[in-house]
Ligand binder design. Structure first.
Ligand SMILES: C[S@@+](CC[C@H](N)C(=O)[O-])C[C@H]1O[C@@H](n2cnc3c(N)ncnc32)[C@H](O)[C@@H]1O
Length: 400
């Protein structure tokens, strides 16, 4: 981690520190004495010749000693690093730190890249290399941050009927709900409901077999809960109760309330800040003899592995996601009996084609892509998920 003292001058990156709200007099490099006035952020260098995986231990050690709980870890990667090199550094800093932005000096100013897009900050004559800005995992997944993020994007997670991709989005929710099999569940819980479609589909399916379902749904985001209740009403699911809360301390079942005979959790565990508590919360929701359906992204799929190699910036859920085998082990440890698994969202290149279709072709290819994906998912289910790596997502059914 030695070398590159020029790049390691906090003043060289003043426009970035300003943008991050990090005080330059509280930034510590590995050779600095402790800052007076308390900890702030940690600044380190990754020289051009160093292997990110090998250098990470020293960087992480410096960050653990120097950065405040809500401080930044700033790593100056010297030279002109490729995206693949930056991606390798991101992997080496995880799971303690999550890379959220990259800053590259250009003739017009310092270019800031994040998942929200790029913009240019004022220039600094002394900045060289690429500055990688990372935040502690706990900060990125903090309850307030999660609520703010999903409140802001709630409409996006609901989708717009008739828009390209909407049919695909709704089909995926139905596929997860159908994983419950032929049931007439009376008490259904949607655990991290988003816009509520998985729980709603399960309730409609129960009713179609003569069941008389009550749907309970919760999400950290009040806006998501509001949308779920609205969607349930408009889909004809009259008995729907929404609450706000996290899987780590779920609001259903509250003290004195019964557990559920069907619990579904779709696309949620990859956002869990505390996995053990999240699974304990899920466990409490399922009544003896009840069914649990759980699905999420598959970090080992062909497409996700490629993204991980090539893209230096990834959403935290792609870093935090778990393989189905790990999720299965968590549940079996808690007494659940595994019944079936399947893949459902096809991986590389289907998501790219869906994107192209939505952005350039006004959804023209949508029905073909959806038919392809449906057939592949049905065949995965029939083959008991033997082809999981072809899919970006997994889903499983358990009983307890
Ligand atoms: C990808 S969306 C999936 C929503 C819905 N289940 C679906 O399949 O469409 C993830 C949802 O999980 C919620 N979430 C994030 N962290 C959570 C946690 N720790 N416990 C429960 N829900 C959480 C988010 O607010 C968001 O609505």
């Amino acid at each position: 981690m030695s070398g590159a003292p020029g790049e390691l001058a906090a003043s060289a990156w003043a426009p970035v520190l300003e943008e991050l709200g990090a005080r330059s007099d509280r930034v510590r490099t590995p050779t600095d004495p402790p800052t007076s006035g308390g900890a702030g952020s940690a600044l380190a260098a990754l020289p051009e010749s160093a292997d990110p995986a090998a250098a990470a231990a020293a960087i992480l050690d410096h960050a653990a000693r120097s950065a405040a709980p809500d401080g930044w870890l700033l790593v100056v990667v010297t030279g002109s690093p490729s995206d693949a090199r930056l991606a390798a550094l991101r992997d080496a800093l995880w799971p303690e730190w999550h890379v959220s932005a990259l800053y590259t000096p250009t003739p017009g100013g310092i270019e800031r890249r994040s998942l929200d897009g790029s913009r240019t900050l004022r220039s600094s004559a002394d900045a060289r290399g690429v500055l990688v800005a990372a935040r502690r995992r706990e900060i990125v997944l903090a309850p307030d941050a999660t609520v703010a993020k999903f409140d802001k994007n709630a409409a996006g997670w609901n989708g717009v009927p008739g828009r390209p991709g909407y049919g695909h989005f709704r089909w995926m929710r139905r596929f997860v709900a159908d994983m419950a099999g032929e049931h007439r569940a009376r008490r259904i819980l949607d655990f991290g409901c988003g816009a509520g479609w998985v729980g709603i589909e399960a309730a409609l399916s129960s009713r179609s077999r003569g069941g008389s379902p009550e749907l309970a749904a919760f999400d950290p985001s009040p806006e998501m809960v509001r949308i779920t209740e609205e969607n349930a009403r408009s889909a004809g699911v009259e008995r729907c109760t929404g609450r706000t809360g996290f899987g780590e301390d779920p609001p259903f079942p509250a003290a004195g309330e019964a557990a559920f005979d069907l619990v579904l959790s779709s696309g949620v565990v990859s956002f869990a800040r505390d996995r053990k508590r999240w699974f304990d919360g899920l466990d409490r929701g399922v009544a003896p003899g009840g069914t649990l359906v759980i699905g999420d992204i598959h970090p080992g799929s062909k497409g996700m592995m490629r993204r991980r190699r090539e893209k230096p910036l990834l959403p935290i859920r792609e870093m935090n996601g778990m393989r189905r085998e790990e999720a299965r082990a968590e549940l079996e440890r808690r007494g659940f009996r595994f019944q079936a698994w399947s893949g459902y969202q096809l991986s590389d290149p289907v998501p790219q084609w869906n994107h192209l279709d939505a952005t350039r072709l006004r959804g023209l290819l949508g029905p073909v892509l959806l038919a392809w994906n449906r057939r592949a998912a049905a065949s995965s289910l029939a083959r008991d998920g033997a082809d999981q790596d072809r899919f970006d997502s997994w889903v499983m059914r358990f009983v307890r």
